[in-house]
Design a protein around this ligand. Sequence first.
Ligand SMILES: NC(=O)c1ccc[n+]([C@@H]2O[C@H](COP(=O)([O-])OP(=O)(O)OC[C@H]3O[C@@H](n4cnc5c(N)ncnc54)[C@H](OP(=O)(O)O)[C@@H]3O)[C@@H](O)[C@H]2O)c1
Length: 242
Amino acid sequence: MSVLILGATSRIAQQLAHRFGEAGHAIFVAARDADEAARIAADVAVRYRVPTASAGFDARAFEGHPAFVADVEAQLGALEVAIIAFGDMGAGPTADFADAHRVIDVNFTGAASIAEAVATVMEARGDGSIIGLTSVAGDRGRQSNYVYGSAKGAFGLYLQGLRNRLFSKGVHVMTVKLGFVDTRMTFGMETGLPVASPEAVSRALFRAWERREDALYYPRFWGGIMGVIKAIPERIFKRLSL
Ligand SMILES: NC(=O)c1ccc[n+]([C@@H]2O[C@H](COP(=O)([O-])OP(=O)(O)OC[C@H]3O[C@@H](n4cnc5c(N)ncnc54)[C@H](OP(=O)(O)O)[C@@H]3O)[C@@H](O)[C@H]2O)c1
């Protein structure tokens, strides 16, 4: 049984490879940069003495996703867990639509495309977990990042539906809504709120997976913050600079 990590050059994804590797799982490392994926896989293999394999993977190469999943299973055996960790925050609302198009393609279409390919094989077996990394930005549209937020929010809704569809088939689907985490994505950002480490995220996610939770906010206080933000009426919210 193997664990597929998609978007493995992310520090969060690498820490997840460590958590599942140290628990004895075979790890398939997938990233746009195939050489870097191979390096990460070799590191996990040496540290935890588990079977690993790697390949290049592009979230936007939609047509190739079913064949990619077949190849992963051919190399490392039946997929037990697939973690969709890739993401693209883009340049923000002032950028041109090409940037927005890529952000939507990566965070929503690409994520849904690979989730569908994984769901097909897991549903047929009646076993497995699909874990999607999304963002608190997906809970409410804000002027500062609504393209990224809407793509992540759409992925969150997609995961809800997938969980609802696959529950009776024995497949677990977990949504992970992250607040600020110390990675390339947040480098140089003034957050004003505590920033989690990728290692802390990986430990919380691993524990939540062991308990087969449906959804997780991490850091957990973000569940409360977003509850308040979602409750602000639109006529007030539109006047705020968020
Ligand atoms: N950091 C935060 O505060 C935060 C908050 C909420 C949610 N998240 C989510 O957490 C996840 C991990 O992000 P991170 O913070 O670790 O940021 P990151 O270092 O920028 O990682 C993003 C990952 O996505 C990959 N990626 C981008 N476009 C891709 C594509 N077309 N195909 C395949 N992979 C692609 C990147 O690969 P390359 O190395 O090739 O660019 C990288 O591995 C993302 O889903 C992100 O949206 C992060």
